[in-house]
Design a protein around this ligand. Structure first.
Ligand code: ADP
Length: 476
């Protein structure tokens, strides 16, 4: 399959101005898939110029027309879903079912926001004093810079592109350097369905930080939407402060999963597998710490171990494998080091615990006797490792669950009323009750505390790309 590996600026594919390229690696065998164009600072400035030039006419394009372009992109991605998934697998390494799952989730954002584009709300009302009409209009915020990570190279991009385009904003997409090919493919789909020049641009600056800061500080750029680590998000918030740019941030997570005494064990084990092993654990929503009530601990560990033993780890293009590779050897080694330290601190290795000889694979792994507060319960693992902490008292489990600077996702398994009561006490932007996955384009995705600012998807997602304008009319 031919893979686009250039920059997309002002409606044209072209190499970077400096002629440099960087390797895109297949993590399953470390082969070089292709070499992608590296953007210079000038290329990034040209992308901002193109987006700024297109902003007025795109904002003036009828919402229905914007929506129909998004819908057309959804239709193409539906028709080409296998090709879409294959690109994701090749550069990210995830399993085939994870890639198909991501491709389906990703394209749904185009459909959802195609429907939202024509439903942007406004207001018209009388002031309390009766002297004027208060008109509240919502206008596109302006040129938007969208920065995405490698763990969901498709969905993290469409979750930003779709609402931005629906709102009438022009965009510059900066994918992670590990996974630019999925981004390039989706941008090409938008071009094929007829998105006007300049409305979406794609850059991959090398190095990253300085050109990104320069783009953010261009006066035309009014929005940064970022998904990635809390550390980088914090740095980018500082950059945004310089020119008071609106920032939406989807940052790290450290999701607790609580198994209550009344949990249905079939539902709990199945849900835990999904919450942990989906995407090989490389998800900011992945269950990072599993708190199991003493009365259910041994049964849970035994059943989960049996399920883990049945999972096969291997290349994503081999459709019989349930768990794929991590994105790089560096990521794999990070996971291995976390497990090693946990074991040296007293955790028991029940299953797995090894890196493969070839490729960026790590065993599905289960650790028990993990101490709450140890390194592995404080760090986003981002790999297929379950860590089990035993507890005796539900209040204590809630306290431990909330004992983190993060607050993205939490899971609770138990008798429904008790689980709902616990869900209400957890400091998280999202809580799954008796299920392992929550993500849905129609629901607000986002975190509290250091997991981020703002929400994506749902009916809030588009508001992040709109600015309210109040117009006062004298009442007659
Ligand atoms: P992760 O490793 O979890 O994907 P990162 O925060 O490292 O998280 O990366 C997320 C995105 O942010 C990627 O597109 C990456 O290239 C980009 N990025 C990393 N460092 C910087 C930086 N200093 N300035 C701007 N963008 C950055």
């Amino acid at each position: 399959m031919t893979l686009l590996a250039d920059l997309f600026i002002d409606g044209m594919w072209r190499p970077g101005g400096g002629g440099e390229r960087f390797d895109v690696i297949d993590p399953s065998d470390l082969s070089v898939i292709t070499r992608f164009a590296a953007a210079t600072e000038d290329d990034c400035m040209a992308a901002v110029d193109a987006a700024a030039e297109a902003q007025t006419s795109w904002a003036a394009t009828a919402p229905r027309e914007r929506g129909e372009l998004l819908r057309a992109a959804y239709d193409v991605l539906t028709e080409e879903v296998e090709r879409f998934a294959e690109i994701i697998v090749r550069e990210n390494g995830k399993s085939w079912s994870d890639a198909i799952g991501e491709a389906n989730y990703a394209k749904e954002f185009f459909r959802w926001f195609a429907e939202e584009a024509v439903r942007i709300p406004g207001e018209y009302r009388l002031s309390p004093a009766g002297d004027k009409r208060i008109v509240v209009d919502r206008q596109p915020i302006g040129v938007s810079l969208l920065i995405t990570p490698w763990n969901f190279p498709a969905a993290m991009a469409t979750r930003k592109l779709a609402p931005a385009l629906a709102a009438g904003c022009t965009t510059i997409l900066k994918p992670a350097r590990e996974t630019p090919l999925t981004a390039a493919y989706m941008v090409e789909v938008l071009r094929r369905v007829g998105l006007p020049s300049g409305v979406v641009n794609l850059v991959t600056p090398v190095p990253t930080a300085a050109p990104v800061a320069k783009m953010i500080n261009r006066p035309e750029v009014r929005k940064l939407s970022f998904t990635g680590s809390t550390e980088v998000g914090r740095d980018l918030l500082h950059v945004c402060a310089d020119s008071v740019v609106s920032a939406s941030m989807e940052l790290g997570g450290n999701a607790p999963l609580i198994v209550l005494p009344g949990a249905d064990m079939d539902v709990t084990v199945e849900g835990t597998l999904l919450a942990k092993m989906r995407n090989g654990g490389a998800a900011c929503t992945a269950a990072n710490r599993v708190y199991v009530h003493s009365s259910r601990h041994d049964e849970f560990v035994e059943r989960l171990t049996a399920e883990l033993a049945a999972l096969s780890v291997g290349p994503g293009l081999d459709r019989s494998r349930q768990v794929g590779a991590l994105v790089s050897i560096a990521e794999r080694d990070k996971v291995a080091a976390l497990v090693e330290t946990a074991v040296s601190e007293g955790a028991t290795l029940v299953h797995g615990g090894k890196s493969a000889e070839q490729g960026a694979f790590y065993d599905v792994t289960l650790l028990t006797d993990v101490r709450h507060g140890s390194g592995i319960t404080r760090t986003e693992i981002f790999g297929p490792v379950v860590t089990v902490v035993r507890y005796d008292d539900v209040d204590e489990a809630v306290r431990m669950a909330n004992d983190t600077v993060y607050g993205l996702m939490a899971y609770v398994f138990g008798e429904e009323r008790e689980a709902m009561a616990v869900a209400g006490r957890l400091d998280a932007g999202m809580v799954a009750v008796n299920r392992g996955v929550v993500s849905d384009p129609a629901a607000p995705f986002g975190g509290v505390k250091q997991s981020g600012l703002g929400r994506e998807g749902g009916s809030d997602g588009i508001l992040e790309f709109l600015e309210e304008k109040y117009i006062a009319l004298t009442a007659h």
